[in-house]
Each structure stands twice: as C-alpha cells, then as structure tokens.
Write a protein that binds this ligand. Sequence first.
Ligand code: ATP
Ligand code: MG
Ligand code: FE
Length: 341
Amino acid sequence: MLGIETSCDETGVALLRWYPEAPGEGLLSHALYSQIKLHAEYGGVVPELASRDHVRKLLPLVREALAQAGLTPADLGGVAYTAGPGLVGALLVGASAARAMAWALGVPAIGVHHMEGHLLAPLLEEDPPEPPFVALLVSGGHSMLVEVKGIGEYRILGDTLDDAAGEAFDKTAKLMGLPYPGGPALAKLAEQGRPGAFRFSRPMTDRPGLDFSFSGLKTQVLLAWQQSDQSEQTRADIARAFEEAIVDTMIIKCRRALQAAGAKRLVIAGGVGANKRLRAELAAAGEKDGFKAYFPRLAFCTDNGAMIALAGAIRLAHGQHQDESVQVFPRWDLETLPPAM
Ligand code: ATP
Ligand code: MG
Ligand code: FE
C-alpha cells in the first residue's frame, strides 16, 4: 500500500506491506517534506502556496519512498490518500495523483479520513492497542475524545468549543514572540521554566463534561506576559505554566472519558501527542489508575504518509475502496465513517 498525505502543509508518503497482526513490521519506507519554511514568513499556512508545493514535492517523494523500499510502481497493490478533512486544494493534489496512479496500475484507490489516520497511528508501534479504547486526538485543527468500539466505529465524547490544542500552543507561542509554528518551540522553552512561577486555570474542569476550551488560557497568558518583565526566564516560566495547564486539563478529561466509556486503554495521537510532558504524565496517570496509554512514535504524531497507508490497508483488507471519481471532503465528520467489517 502506498500512502499519500497532503491535507495541509506536509507532503507525506509511505509504503506498507499489510501484516494484520503486526502492522508496524510491514512499514517498508516513509518520506516527508514539511513546508514550514515556505509559510513561516506569513505566520501561517497559505493554502494556495501549500497546494503548489505539494504538486512539486509529491512525485519525487513517491520515487524516493519506492527506491528506499526497493520497489517499483508495479509492486503496488493499492494507493491510499487523505480525502479530508483539510485544505481543499492541498487535498486535491494528493487525491488526483493517487487516483491517477491507481487507475494507471489497475489497483484500488482508498480515500482516508485524516483523523482516522492519526487515530490509528499507534497501531504501527510494537504491542498495538486493540479496540475498544478511548482516543485523545490533539492536533493543529482538532481536540477530541473519541470512543473507539472498533475500526470505523467512532463516537465523539468531547470536542473543542474554540481553539484546538495545537492551535492554542501555536497562538500562545506567537503572542510571546516565538516564530511560526510556535507549538514545539513553546514546549522546548517550557523545559527551562521554573515550577510554580505562574499558574493558569484548567479550563472547564470545574463542571462535568468532556468538551475542551483553550482560548481563555491564551488570554490569561497574554495578560501575564504583558504585565511581566518579558525576560527570557519569564517567557520560559509562562510557557511552563501554560503547558502544565493544558496537560493537566487533558489528563482530567481523559480520566473522565475512560470512566464514561468503561475503557482500560487510551490512545493519544496527533501533533500535540509529541509533547513530552503530556506523554510522561498520561503514562503516569495510567499506572496510577490502571489504564494503559499508547502513543505513536514522535515522527508519526504529526502528519505523515505512514498513518494514511495503514488506514488505507485496513480499509482495503475489509473490501472498502473508492470508485473512479476524484472526491475530497474539506469538512468531514469522523462519526459518519463506515465500520471496517
Ligand atoms: P489536523 O490533524 O487537525 O488537521 P494538523 O495536521 O495541522 O491538524 P498535526 O500535524 O497533527 O496537525 O499537528 C501539528 C500541531 O501539533 C501544531 O499545532 C503543533 O504546534 C503541535 N505540536 C507539535 N509538536 C508539539 C509539542 N511537542 N508540543 C505541543 N504541541 C506540538
Ligand atoms: Mg502541519
Ligand atoms: Fe494532522
């Protein structure tokens, strides 16, 4: 299975041989090109520039992944691509290329839901989690708690009312003057922060429910930063307090979600899943409460082709694939996916 990811500002490609019992062992190669530098001077992703750069980078990356795996196009049994949600122009580049390759090779094309890709990414690791489980999906555009009864059987337990977790990291970083995209830089800075120097609230944890809201935290940070001496140490201290507030909030909600779903397994995925404090504290909470936390490796937290190849391989193994049209879904509700059975 060739997997192609072009939903936003990362061109990702991977090749996967399908081993149902140990999917990660089938990962033959993966290649990624990030457009971060291209968009940095604008302070955010410029959709049209993203589409054009996917056009430039996609086929060279496919060739690179094939060469790394020692395969030729004739070896492919299917082509999976991100069909949504995401930027429409960017999605269309991957979808058209994938559909054309599949048609030329006479193999099926599989349109994958980007968030299902993120959600299944931990299956590429050793000791993959088996449904039922609860998934915390925290990325640039999403913050969701999902009950996973089986692959394709998703119920959204909680969602964000405003900013996504990654977006909150990025915007908070920006308002303290860190360059785009600030999330990972803010997390790095937080390592130098002193504990207890600042404290921010844990939004919406004082009432029942599993929804998130992170935009108020951003305002708290803005006020604290404006009223401070704005030194390097203060920036790190605020970064630390902000990260603690977000991580704490997510842990509280994860515990509630596991209880609500009666689940013993928690899957964490999406770009914010790369956050070290989140990983360490969720693993610790699991040991305390008796649940097991599953994470993708760092490279498969953010966007990548491997998770798309995997989701495509699973769908194809259940006889699901696309017809010959090229269709993308910039907005696409995860709950509407069919079960894989
Ligand atoms: P979506 O998947 O919702 O469409 P996306 O694909 O843009 O959005 P991802 O690639 O999954 O998002 O993740 C990118 C986000 O993850 C960015 O907002 C980035 O700041 C955040 N992120 C990456 N690493 C870290 C980290 N170590 N700590 C906190 N946030 C991080
Ligand atoms: Mg990205
Ligand atoms: Fe993503």
